[in-house]
Design a protein around this ligand. Structure first.
Ligand SMILES: *Cc1c(COP(=O)(O)O)cnc(C)c1O
Ligand SMILES: [Zn+2]
Length: 372
């Protein structure tokens, strides 16, 4: 048996090298990974996240597009005498953890012989896809909301990608790219199943770095859930291989101004007033395409969604820079949520969060927060 693509809606299956990003029925694809060749832990001597190559499904494992991503450190942080573990996911070639997903996704796309892709992003995913496309020699257009941070736009064009600015919301950008995707392959961080095969390596690293003594709760920012779902998937792999007995409690953090996942069951996003003008621009997603999967991960792990106010994000940003961590506002949402979690609940056990994007992504926003 080999790994294959599978539709989450109609359960149709496709070969791993099929150049599609959604099912013929319109449904989301997932990858059913075959672990039969790797029943125990088996890594290879490749740099960064590629040491986990035996567990990463690809159309051709000899084609790897890498910029040296992965194996980020976990730093202990003390908040009022409580220890918080913070994985430094801002320390990536393009400045965000999105490189985990882009490295694996663009490797797969290169192996499929695809020469041109489109992607939409509020910034960081665009930077990652543009960088790995440059390395792979793939033509790339990135659709961004016109309000995206200047530094991110400049970074995307520096890699040689075409930047298409779209007026309106993040969802307007998503609509625009979908029409472009009918002619080009859609290298989407939310739709493309290979992306999550990259972000899942976060969980493998945490398991190795904590020597199997996993945190009790993993607290992460969630918009489309590309990190959150990847991490859940990674732990799920470790569970299926028999290396862990339980997946840590998965806690998602959203900005109160844009927190559709808190309302998922009641309203299914219909008619929720959402203000996307949060300083956490990277997670201002009104309709996460994999929302149902995120809710499933919450149910499976007794997890929850926390909402943080703008003031809590600003406070977390101050706490980070005070200690020398230069992180963009979206990148401290996990810390803001973790502080709220520690305040609201007792006996929380060991908690781990992540800084998800580098401060150089939006220095202006950071300075404006620190100056008032
Ligand atoms: C992409 C991103 C996230 C998580 O966003 P999702 O929409 O859940 O994938 C968090 N922080 C930063 C800095 C990001 O770029
Ligand atoms: Zn289908």
């Amino acid at each position: 048996m080999n790994s294959f693509l599978r539709c989450l809606s109609c359960h149709a299956v496709y070969a791993i090298n099929e150049p599609i990003w959604k099912c013929a029925c319109g449904g989301l694809l997932d990858i059913k990974v075959d672990f039969s060749g790797t029943k125990q832990w088996e890594t290879v001597k490749f740099p960064g996240l590629w040491k986990y190559l035996p567990f990463i499904p690809l159309p051709d494992k000899s084609i790897i597009i890498t910029l040296g991503e992965g194996q980020t450190p976990i730093i202990r942080y003390l908040y009022e005498n409580q220890e918080i573990l913070i994985k430094q996911e801002q320390l990536f070639p393009t400045g965000s953890y999105k490189d985990r997903g882009a490295a694996v996704m663009i490797s797969a796309i290169k192996a499929m012989g695809i020469r041109s892709v489109v992607e939409d992003s509020s910034g960081n995913a665009g930077c990652s896809v543009a960088a790995y496309c440059a390395k792979a020699g793939i033509d790339c257009s990135i659709y961004v909301p016109a309000s995206t941070s200047r530094a991110k736009l400049m970074q995307i064009s520096a890699y040689g990608a075409r930047v298409v600015k779209v007026e309106g919301t993040r969802e307007d950008t998503a609509r625009m790219v979908l029409s472009a995707a009918s002619q080009n392959y859609y290298a989407s961080h939310s739709w493309n199943p290979f992306f999550f095969q990259g972000t899942k390596t976060f969980a493998y690293e945490v398991w190795e770095q904590t020597e199997g003594k996993l945190p009790d709760a993993i607290i992460l920012p969630v918009g489309n859930g590309t990190l959150f779902l990847g991490v859940y998937k990674g732990f799920h792999d470790l569970l299926s291989i028999g290396l862990i007995e339980k997946i840590p409690r998965m806690v998602g953090v959203q900005a109160s101004l844009c927190a559709p996942l808190s309302h998922w069951e009641k309203l299914d996003f219909g008619g929720i007033p959402i203000d996307v003008n949060t300083i956490a621009e990277g997670i201002a997603i009104q309709k996460p395409v994999r929302g149902a999967q995120i809710i499933e991960a919450l149910h499976q792990t007794h997890g929850m969604i926390l909402e943080v106010e703008e003031e809590e994000i600003e406070m977390a940003l101050r706490l980070a820079v005070e200690q020398g961590f230069f992180v963009e506002p979206t990148g401290v949402v996990g810390l803001a949520g973790t502080i709220q979690y520690l305040k609201r609940f007792s006996e929380v056990g060991k908690v781990l969060t992540a800084f998800t994007g580098h401060g150089l992504k939006s220095p202006e926003k950071i300075l404006s927060v620190l100056s008032h």
